[in-house]
Design a protein around this ligand. Structure first.
Ligand SMILES: [Zn+2]
Length: 506
């Protein structure tokens, strides 16, 4: 199509006002004044279309409705639709989907623009939000635009939506999904306290961080979906961690942890239902308080022989990078700031725990499908078409790899507080998983100020017996273990231990 013709289509552009009359008291819900929306066109061609169906969506979500306009017959020159209305339910989640008539798919998702704003009935509108995340979902044969949501906890009643599309595209069906995920956040019995995962004993073996199980953030989502029957788990042990952001709103827009849990429920809804993937796509989500949410269903996470489950967070048209990777998403958008320290600590700990279990080097690189990438990598390192995550997080990954390494490579004994006697033989123990080559073991009698090498090279097998020389008495003893191949990898006893002078003997 020529530019001139495109332009003339634009000039002919007509807006439809699909006046929704959803409440029983119909006279109360009048068409909004054209001036109230910058997207309204006040033309003589205004046509009002009532929705053809309003469906309770209880199968997917107990506080949800789908409002549909089917069999739309728009004029050939139409390139914009505006919808305004009042919802029959309070909502804090909204997404729009549409199908097109054209037999061949004419339009790329980025050729559409979807704008959204909403408000408490009669209140102030929030700012127009134009989503850049429109997707064409192959297996559902439709486009979807997420608008979520009032993550700070407000529920809204009124909305305005605009959809602009390329001339020649014939919109066949429009559907608006509205849901309320605020329900029961506080009454589920879950102490959504601020759970900063500040690990004070960083230099001990990385145990399991606290992970909020699905049952605790699930709220009133359908209990039949808790164990993910639409997307039964498929297992593959991890070799990598892939870092994401969830997007949508700034990280710090979660005033309370209950709001964050609300947001996680909306992500489930978006991924499982509206994108049609059957379950949440990330394996784990971390909010700004450091809460770690168990995402994709994995009943074997803590089994006697734990297994990892394949998520749905990283794939391209040709390659599935979910196989063998744990998808971890920081909740929010990070264009201005990094995740909070609490959130970063939780991510470090979570990865250290799982990498320790799988004996993976957090500083290393390895093949993931067809790409040789860092074991702790970013979404856009495997998919160059995504803007996830933003550069701030990507630039943080070097620090993150070292933080995880320090949590994993630890001296465990002596680790402080012990009392030994010079001349006796003790075991020194450490855990330095996934490093090559031998280690060096050193001793300090002054709390780590200076070091004496006691084993210059010994196999990295986790223990070495040591007969304490008779003149090594101190109240400030420490042991340090170093990787010989990578001297930056080292750890020492967390605190001082004592070595006593042996008793006099004849
Ligand atoms: Zn991502």
């Amino acid at each position: 199509m020529s530019r001139v013709k495109k332009l003339s289509f634009k000039l002919l552009q007509v807006c439809f006002i699909l006046n929704m009359v959803l409440m029983l008291s119909m006279e109360k819900v009048q068409a909004r004044e054209a001036e109230s929306s910058p997207f309204f066109c006040d033309t003589s061609d205004q046509i009002s279309l009532k929705p053809t169906a309003i469906i309770w969506d209880s199968e997917n979500d107990p506080y949800a409705v789908i409002i549909k306009w089917e069999q739309l017959e728009l004029d050939v020159g139409d390139t914009r639709i505006s919808i305004t209305g009042v919802s029959p339910i309070d909502f804090n989640y909204a997404c729009l989907y549409w199908t097109i008539n054209n037999k061949d798919r004419l339009a790329e998702p980025q050729q559409f623009k979807a704008g959204y704003r909403s408000r408490i009935a009669g209140g102030h509108w929030n700012e127009w939000f134009t989503t850049s995340k429109i997707e064409y979902i192959d297996h559902l044969d439709r486009y979807v635009a997420p608008f979520y949501m009032a993550v700070w906890g407000e529920v809204h009643q009124e909305f305005e939506i605009t959809l602009t599309f390329p001339a020649g595209v014939k919109i066949k069906t429009l559907g608006l999904h509205l849901a309320n995920h605020r329900n029961n956040a506080e009454s589920s019995g879950f102490e959504l306290g601020l759970r900063s995962q500040e690990d004070t004993a960083v230099q001990s073996l990385p145990g399991r961080p606290t992970i909020i199980p699905r049952s605790q953030w699930w709220g009133d989502l359908p209990s039949s979906d808790l164990n993910s029957p639409r997307r039964p788990p498929v297992y593959r042990n991890i070799t990598h961690a892939i870092i994401h952001h969830t997007g949508a709103h700034p990280h710090n827009d979660q005033p309370t942890a209950a709001d964050a849990a609300n947001w996680v429920r909306s992500i489930w809804r978006w991924n499982a239902v509206d994108q049609g993937w059957g379950d949440i796509r990330y394996n784990f989500i971390i909010d700004r308080f450091g809460n770690i949410y168990h995402g994709r269903f994995n009943p074997e996470l803590d089994a006697t022989t734990p297994r990892d489950v394949i998520g749905g967070h990283a794939f391209t048209d040709t390659t599935n990078y979910n196989r063998g990777s744990m998808g971890i998403a920081f909740l929010g958008l990070f264009d201005q700031q990094l995740p909070t320290i609490a959130a970063r600590n939780s991510a470090d700990w979570l990865i250290a725990w799982r990498f320790n279990l799988r004996v993976l080097d957090p500083l290393g690189q390895a093949m993931l499908e067809d790409k040789n990438v860092h074991r702790i990598t970013s979404h856009n390192a495997v998919d160059d078409e995504t803007g996830c995550p933003y550069p701030l997080i990507i630039n943080h990954l070097t620090d993150m790899r070292w933080n995880v390494s320090r949590r994993m490579r630890v001296v465990t004994s002596p680790n402080g507080g012990e009392t030994f006697t010079a001349g006796r033989t003790i075991m020194t123990r450490w855990s330095f998983p996934a490093i090559s080559g031998n280690v060096r073991i050193q001793f300090s009698s002054n709390g780590g100020s200076t070091w004496t090498t006691i084993f210059s090279s010994t196999p990295n097998d986790g223990s070495q017996s040591w007969t304490i020389p008779l003149d090594f008495f101190t109240a400030r003893g420490r042991i340090r273990v170093n990787s010989i191949n990578n001297p930056d990898i080292h750890d020492m006893s967390n605190a001082n231990f004592n070595i006593l002078v042996p008793p006099l003997s004849r």
